[in-house]
Write a new protein. Sequence first.
Length: 426
Amino acid sequence: MGKGLTCFLVLMALTAHVHGDLVDGDDTIEISNQDALDQDQDQDQWLAEDLLLETDELEFDIPPGKIERGWWQGMSASLQHDVTQASSKENINRSKLQLEYESSFSDGFYLLAKGSYRYFNQQDFLAKTHGEAYGKSRLRQFWLQYSTQHCAYTLGRQILVWGEVDGSFVVDVLTPFDLTEQLFTDYGDLREGEDMLMMDCFYGQHQSQLFYTPSANVHTFSHEQPHVETGQEWGGRFKYSLINLDVSLMLAHLYWNTPILNSIEFELQTQPYRLAALGVSKAVGRLLLKLDVAYKTNQIALINLQRSDTRSMAMGVEYTTRGNQNFNLGFWQQEAVGKVSALDVPLQLTLGWSRNLLHDDLSLSLLANVSQQPQYENITWLATYKLNDICTFSSALSLANVSKENAALAVPLANEAVSFTVKVEY
């Protein structure tokens, strides 16, 4: 409205000026081009001064600090309860409180912290093993990142994933799993963070990554599990990217994620090994082709504790439809170098599917695994529905067929299990 009033006043001033010329001058009205230009300049100056005045008034009306983001706005919390009824005695009844904080508190600095407290009710099979209900806290991630023009430096507890083929674990061996957690259709739910220093640098189509871990972690099979002595891990990855092609070369010095029992000292132990790997992914339209190849030294068979270097390969295919459905298929195999051994793995097959419906409020996913060593097959169907911005409900159905002779080597799986989860987020 202020601008309209200004224009009206300017128009009235110009009309009065012309009217004065008509009264004082001759019957003939003559306005030179220079006079018109001067009038236009005067009008533009008046409008500019008026707009500047309005802008100054607006800036004066906003108290300083009002548009700044408070530190507490990076905080989020969730509370969930999980119940699983299985055909075996390993029923689940537990609650989890999770806190997460993330903030870019200064130029180039970013902080992420994610921790949880899990309470195992008396009906939970882990509480029965423990003898009573108990709680367990876990700091999954806590890291600080500093970014420059080409590089990012990250220090703290973090999760690092290598490899292209999901679920094959040919190259994806850097981050150990917490196997006390329940696996539905996402292996990311099991990953544990490790304390490390990592550097990522980007130059055009090239990416280089280096990491260092002062003390490696191993898989967690039980909360009663004793501490396992490990050592330092380090490695690097060089990645070259084109429009539809990624090629990665990886070298690392690592420790076994699965410790073994030393029969002489009666304690869990792990040993170092070296990894050399190649990862390739190529996009062809909506189709994504993946390949992982790895060579590992000093590998051990859990069946007879035989050791050997191994070669392993995984291939995968991922396809996304126009209807927002995702299909992925992967298989991998492993063989000992130079001899037939219990380390030979003839076939591991993984099949996945996911889709979002109802404006992404309903998520459906499926994960199936077929293993020949140890021998088992299982499939899990998961449905997650977001009731509103706060409450989410999930339900899962799992079916498995595990051979009796390999039951101790397979991931704990019930022949039939149904799960329910209620989660509230703030």
